[in-house]
Structures are given as structure tokens and as C-alpha cells.
Ligand binder design. Sequence first.
Ligand code: CP
Length: 304
Amino acid sequence: MNTKSLVSISDIGRDEILKLLETARQFEENPNRRLLEGKVVATLFFEPSTRTRLSFETAVNRLGGRVIGFSDANTTSSSKGETLKDTIKMVSNYVDLIIMRHYLEGAARYASEVTDVPIINAGDGANQHPSQTMLDLYSIYKTQGTLENLTITLVGDLKYGRTVHSLLMAMRYFNPEFRFVACEELGMPKEYKIFCEENGIKYTEHTDFSEEVINSSDIIYMTRVQRERFADIMEYERVKDLYNLNNSMLGGAKENMKILHPLPRVNEIAQDVDDNPHAYYFEQARNGLYARQALICRALGIEV
Ligand code: CP
């Protein structure tokens, strides 16, 4: 595996996270720099995406590089039966960096093992979404002025939600206190709770999205219940609308509290929250451009 690959958020430590956040800050000041002149980057999306793919591609374009790739694997030779290994080896002949989203957990790790070209994991099934985590950390840092000692409430689909898995792991360096708000079927998986226990991360579990939980949070991180992860559509229908945030629930929130969501949302945040000063999810998505510019430069060994 190329050491510049980013497959899991655990591939980078505290110092590197902080350095990437500083680089993202510099890119926010000036996102148009020709640091990728002559570089070609592939975006291979085997699963749908709006923000991740377009912000990665914008990041490359604003840095003067070129992008090839696909947003629908049905238009590629994988629809004829070409294996992921062969696809990665072929694309590696053409590019300097591969950014890949895949529906299978572990696909990004596997891809990184069959090529010397760096891989950035843009989401693998219900496993990890490390570039989302970098923009989440950047958003938390920008809005709270620190990553340390924050109370973070994760709400919704904590079982399949790869963004909450990556975020939880990254926060281990910053003494967070987590609240996990989910129904029994979509609770935080055991391995992540063990991870918390092994890393001294405090957490409590709740089925009720109560006023007390909302009013004591620094960050409320809402997630979508992901229909595409359910084998049984009836189970999805039963749990999809259990947690909804609306304006009337925010009257007692701490002044600094921000609402994050990786997006897309369905019903879990009412439209009336969008103009509330606590809402930050659209700015959060914009931060993705700068965080991903930082990650691309890291993967290509470009000093900023
Ligand atoms: N947050 C996120 O991964 O969004 P997309 O699925 O639109 O890329």
C-alpha cells in the first residue's frame, strides 16, 4: 500500500490531522493555486454521490490538475464482469491518484493493496468515509474554536453510517464525550463501542432525542437512515422517520451549538431549521472543498 493512501481515518494521527486542518484553512483563504499542474486524478464512483465527487473534482480543477473517471460503474467494463483488481490496475496506468467510492466494506483497502498509486477512500459501504471526517473536523474546529473536550451527539443511523464511524475514531485524540441517539436496530456497532472503551472515550446511549440531550450538546450530528443498506425494506420503513429535528426543539440549545449532517438529508432535519443560526450543514459541505484539497496534496506529496 502506498503510504500516502487514505483508506481509514486511523491511517493518520493527531499531528497529521492538525496539519491537514491548517492546510485546509490556507486553501479556504485561496483555493485557486496551480499545485497540481501536470497531474491526473481518477474519481471512480461505484456508488452515487453529489458532494464527495463534485468537491473532489472541484478541488483538483482549482489546483490546476485534470480529472478522469466515472460516476456510474454501469457505463464501464465492470458491467462486463471486469474485477475491481483489474479496474484498479488499469486506471493506475493512467493517473497519479485514485479517489474511489465503493459499496463494499474493505474495497478501498483492497484497491490500495493492488496498486502503488495512492488511493483515497471516498466511502466504502458502511465502513469508513475519512475525507468526510476531515471536513467534519474542520467544521467543528471552525465553529467551536477547538476540537478538545466537546460534547457530540450522533443521531440516526449509527449502525450503517460510515461518517459517524470515521468521526468517532478521529475524535479519540481530543477527549470528546459522545451521545449515541438511535433506535435499537440502528445503534452504534459493538466494535465502535469497544473502540471507545479502549481509547478512554466517554459515551452514553439513548433512544430518546430529548431536550436534555439537545441542550447540552456542542455538536449535533444528524444522519440519514440509508435505505440502500437495508436488506429488508419493511425494516427501513419502520425506522426511517424515528428522529427528526425541527426548529421548535432548538430553543434551549447552547449558543455555540452547531448542527452538522453529511447530507443528503431526507426527513431528519426539517426545512425550517435551515435558517436557524445553529444550522451549519451547507457550510460544512463547502468546507469539503478545502479539506479535500489538503488531502489531495498529502496523497501526492505536495507541500503547501
Ligand atoms: N456526504 C456525502 O458523502 O455526500 P454524497 O453521498 O453526496 O457524496
